[in-house]
Design a protein around this ligand. Structure first.
Ligand code: MN
Length: 263
């Protein structure tokens, strides 16, 4: 596309945003003290919940201003996983938040609706067969796309069924090992979920365990966890803007995710 064509294209997008024929959908959950945090087996270090301390609030410590110090794990609430988050991605180039090129933070998105199956079975797994069936209707997943698994699980936030912890651990839907290998073959930019992490609740039992960490980060791809409002997105045709903090050597961060969608 020539410079003048791309200028016109961007002007058209801005015009469509102004008249709301392109909508901006916020896929981000509010981040606060009540934000659920993943629970690891007790032998491992735990990520703390979000907390804050007031520095000053229009008082003697700062009469005209309000600000807080926040404490938050990098993988809390709606958040972005970099390849460096998993040992399989630790030696890849540009694998931390400060090194990912800005151009990678804007990408097309495919949304695969498994909400019915996930409501019927908390351990529902997305498979290559399910995606191939989706592709028959919506076309092949383009390289460089995000694939988001819609489960409507975000609607469980605030209740015990979000983490859905049982004696044998968490029970939440997610991708199978074969699904992640299939998405790597499709050369997606990353995989996103509505659950507390990108992997299924029982993914510690998979081989390899946690495939949406082990395999996807080993392939240099990203993750998005704890998304919401996926029910407002079309299966294809939307654009995702992911903006995590630019933490030096950061493995991940709370992220603001916007989707641009046709109204
Ligand atoms: Mn994470």
């Amino acid at each position: 596309m020539s410079t003048s064509n791309s200028s016109q294209a961007l002007a058209q997008v801005l015009s469509n945003l102004a008249d709301e024929s392109i909508k901006v959908v916020d896929l981000t959950n509010p981040l606060g003290e009540d934000t659920p945090v993943i629970a690891l087996p007790p032998e491992f270090a735990q990520s703390p919940p979000f907390s804050r301390e007031v520095i000053s609030k229009y008082d003697e410590k700062g009469p005209a201003w309000y600000w807080n110090t926040i404490t938050v794990g990098e993988h809390t609430g709606t958040h972005f996983d970099t390849p460096s988050h998993w040992v399989t991605g630790k030696d890849l180039p540009n694998n931390t938040l400060d090194k990912i090129p800005a151009q990678k933070h804007v990408a097309p998105v495919c949304v695969i609706d498994t909400s019915k199956e996930s409501a019927a079975d908390a351990d529902f797994l997305l498979t290559p067969e399910y995606i191939e069936n989706w592709e028959q209707t919506h076309g092949r997943i383009p390289a460089g796309s995000w694939v988001l698994m819609r489960t409507d699980w975000s609607k469980h936030i605030g209740g015990e069924t979000f983490l859905n912890l049982k004696e044998d651990g968490s029970h939440c839907p997610g991708p199978s090992v074969e699904c992640i290998n299939f998405l790597i073959e499709r050369d997606v930019i990353g995989f996103g979920a509505e659950t507390v992490g990108t992997d299924a609740g029982q993914a510690h039992l998979f081989e390899p365990m946690f495939p949406c960490h082990n395999l996807i980060h080993g392939a240099g791809k990203f993750g998005l966890a704890s998304l919401c409002n996926l029910d407002q997105l079309p299966p294809t045709g939307a654009m995702l803007i992911t903006a995590p903090m630019k933490i030096v050597d950061g493995s991940g961060s709370p992220v603001r995710v916007f989707a641009l969608t046709p109204a």
